[in-house]
Design a protein around this ligand. Structure first.
Ligand SMILES: Nc1ncnc2[nH]cnc12
Ligand SMILES: [Zn+2]
Length: 349
C-alpha cells in the first residue's frame, strides 16, 4: 500500500488534478457555457434577453436554488436539434478529459426540452452519441441518467418515462431534480417504483435546501442508490448514522452550494465533517458553467478552503469510482490506476 503521509502537502494540488476520478452529479444543461448559448442562439435563430456573453454572465448572481433554475431553464432554450445536444455534451467531455475524469454519469432534463416541442429522440440521441464518442475518442466511460422535474406533477414524470422507453438502452437510471422545497420525494413514489421495475438505477436530489425528512423519503420511499447533495443530513444525528452505516453515497457539490448560498463561505462547508463522520462522500460540479468551476476546480478550492489532505483526496476519488454505476471490471481497473497514481506521488518523494 502506498504511504499517503509520504506525499508532501505542496504537491496536493497536482495530485488532485491528475488523479483519476468519476463525476456522478453533473447536469449536462448546466455545462452550457455562455459562449455556446450565444453560438447556438445564432445557429437556431433564438432570441435571448441578453445583449452579449458578458451581460449573460453578469446575471449569474444567485441567492438560492430557484434564482439559479430560472436562468438555467432560460439558457437551455437554445437547444433544439440533435446536434445541439451533442455539441453541449462534447464540450463537457473535453473539460472532463482535462480534469482526468474516467467516468461521467450525466443528468439530463428531458421535460425542459419536450415542453418546447423538441423531440425526445433529438435529446437522447444527441447526448448518447456524445457519450459513445467520449468513450472511443477520449477514453471516458459515460452514461445518462434521466431526471424528472420535481416542480411538475408525477403524472408528467410517468408520461416522460414512457415517452423515453423507445430509447431505454440509452440511459441507465432516473433522477429527481429542480425546485426542492415543497416537492418532497413522496410525490414521485409511483414513477420511481416503475423505474425500478424497468431495471433502472434510482437517484434523487435531497437535502440540498430541503430538510432531512426529504433524505429519509428518498431512501425509504424512492429507494435510491445515491443521494444527490444531502448536505442537510448534518442536522439529523439518526440520519447521519443511517448514512454512515449503509455507506449510502452522497454526491456533494461544494461550489454549487457556495453559489446558491447553502453555505456562506466555502470554509463553512460541512464536507469535512461528513467525511469525518464516516459517510461515503463524493465531490462533483453540479452545473459547472453557472457555478464557476468544473470538477478539478471543486477539488482544488474545497481542499484549500477546508485544509483537507492526501488521505481525504484518495477517499473521495475512491468513493466516486466505487459509487458509480459502471461495470465492476472498469471500477477495478480505475481503482488500480488511482492507487498507482498515489504510489507514484509517494515514491517520487
Ligand atoms: N443544483 C440543482 N438542484 C436541483 N435541480 C437542479 N437542476 C440543475 N441543477 C440543480
Ligand atoms: Zn444537481
Amino acid at each position: 500500500m502506498f504511504k499517503v503521509h509520504a506525499i508532501p502537502p505542496e504537491r496536493l494540488p497536482e495530485l488532485l488534478s491528475l488523479m483519476p476520478k468519476a463525476e456522478l452529479h453533473i447536469h449536462i444543461e448546466g455545462s452550457l457555457e455562455p459562449e455556446l448559448i450565444f453560438a447556438l442562439a445564432k445557429r437556431n435563430d433564438v432570441q435571448l434577453p441578453y445583449a452579449d456573453v458578458a451581460a449573460l454572465r453578469s446575471a449569474y448572481a444567485f441567492t438560492n436554488l430557484q434564482s439559479f433554475l430560472d436562468l438555467y431553464y432560460a439558457g437551455a432554450s437554445v437547444l433544439l436539434h440533435e446536434q445541439d445536444f451533442y455539441d453541449m455534451a462534447w464540450a463537457y467531455f473535453e473539460k472532463a478529459k482535462a480534469d482526468h475524469v474516467v467516468r461521467a454519469e450525466l443528468f439530463f432534463d428531458p421535460q425542459t426540452h419536450t415542453a418546447r416541442g423538441v423531440a425526445m429522440g433529438a435529446v437522447i440521441e444527441g447526448l448518447s452519441r456524445a457519450c459513445r464518442d467520449a468513450h472511443t475518442q477520449l477514453g471516458i466511460s459515460a452514461d445518462l441518467i434521466l431526471c424528472f422535474l420535481r416542480h411538475l406533477s408525477e403524472d408528467e414524470a410517468l408520461a416522460t418515462l414512457e415517452e423515453a422507453m423507445p430509447w431505454r438502452e440509452h440511459f441507465i437510471g432516473v433522477g429527481l431534480d429542480s425546485s426542492e422545497l415543497g416537492h418532497p420525494p413522496e410525490k414521485f413514489a409511483r414513477v420511481f417504483a416503475r423505474a425500478r421495475e424497468l431495471g433502472l438505477h434510482c437517484v434523487a436530489h435531497a437535502g440540498e435546501e430541503g430538510p432531512p425528512a426529504y433524505i429519509w423519503g428518498a431512501l425509504d420511499v424512492l429507494q435510491v442508490e445515491r443521494i444527490d447533495h444531502g448536505v442537510q443530513a448534518i442536522h439529523d444525528a439518526g440520519l447521519m448514522q443511517r448514512l454512515a452505516d449503509s455507506q449510502m453515497p452522497l454526491t456533494v457539490c461544494p461550489l454549487s452550494n457556495l453559489k446558491l448560498c447553502v453555505f456562506k463561505n466555502l470554509a463553512d462547508h460541512n464536507l469535512g465533517q461528513m467525511l469525518d463522520a464516516g459517510l461515503c462522500i463524493t465531490l462533483n460540479s453540479d452545473d459547472p458553467a453557472y457555478f464557476g468551476g468544473y470538477l478539478n476546480d471543486n477539488y482544488l478550492q474545497t481542499f484549500a478552503a477546508l485544509h483537507l489532505n492526501a488521505q481525504q483526496a484518495y477517499k473521495l476519488a475512491a468513493n466516486s469510482i466505487e459509487a458509480s454505476f459502471a461495470p465492476e471490471a472498469d471500477k477495478h481497473r480505475w481503482m488500480h490506476e488511482l492507487k498507482a497514481c498515489f504510489q507514484g506521488f509517494a515514491e517520487q518523494d
